[in-house]
Design a binder for this molecule. Structure first.
Ligand code: HEM
Length: 182
């Protein structure tokens, strides 16, 4: 059980942090806007807290966009249908293996318009507020949703906000910039 928690928790959190730092490095303007959000709320000699993060609309939008485009768990654990199930005119027979496809939801062109673009502003409304979009389903759904949500939602923003408060991230001069291709 402990090894399950360690494995599921480390690869996902580590992967999301890697993507977050990569997106910031490749998008200096977005990085500056995140730093402006952090500097407006957190005094220089203090470390950002979760309460602080809740007051940073652009930074929250940046974290959600990292989950969307990072697609750390594109095809989660398959599930077995426990009984015949009818949904929207379809019958799913008992015993069917169900695969959900988070990647297709996160990259749906019809819904997002420009899914390939890293654009935190898609989660900011006209009043400048952060708007959570439940289409970003990186933790899964329903009864078997990820049990590490609270931990990840604390670790990821605080880790990145603390780094951004103290450092600027940039590509190494004279070297090819890193790529988001795997
Ligand atoms: C960014 C970080 C994370 C992401 C994106 C993520 C994503 C997911 C997803 C998509 C599922 C499958 C949900 C479903 O089937 O509908 C899942 C399940 C799970 N996650 Fe996470 N996870 C993250 C962090 C963590 C952490 C930090 C832990 C533990 C400390 C953890 C423990 C688990 C466990 C044990 C399950 C299986 C739950 C079950 O089957 O009932 N995850 N996670």
């Amino acid at each position: 059980m402990l090894s399950d928690l360690l494995q599921t928790g480390t690869t996902t959190t580590n992967g999301t942090l890697n993507y977050g730092l990569l997106f910031l490095t490749l998008n200096p303007d977005i990085q500056k806007k995140c730093q402006a959000d952090i500097d407006a709320i957190v005094l220089k000699h203090l470390t950002p807290t979760l309460e602080d993060v809740e007051k940073m609309p652009y930074f929250q939008a940046f974290v959600l966009e990292t989950h969307r485009l990072g697609n750390i768990v594109p095809n989660p654990i398959p599930r077995t249908c426990p009984k015949d199930w009818r949904i929207r005119g379809y019958t799913i027979p008992k015993g069917s293996i169900i695969f959900s496809n988070h990647y297709s939801v996160h990259m749906d062109k019809e819904y997002w318009g420009d899914p390939e673009v890293f654009r935190p502003d898609r989660f900011i409304n006209e009043k400048g507020e952060f708007v959570l979009d439940k289409r970003v389903c990186h933790f899964g759904f329903g009864k078997r949703i990820c049990i590490g949500i609270t931990l990840s939602n604390a670790v990821i923003p605080i880790f990145i906000a603390t780094l951004l408060q103290n450092f600027n991230l940039s590509c190494v001069p004279g070297q090819k910039p890193p790529t988001t291709e795997t």
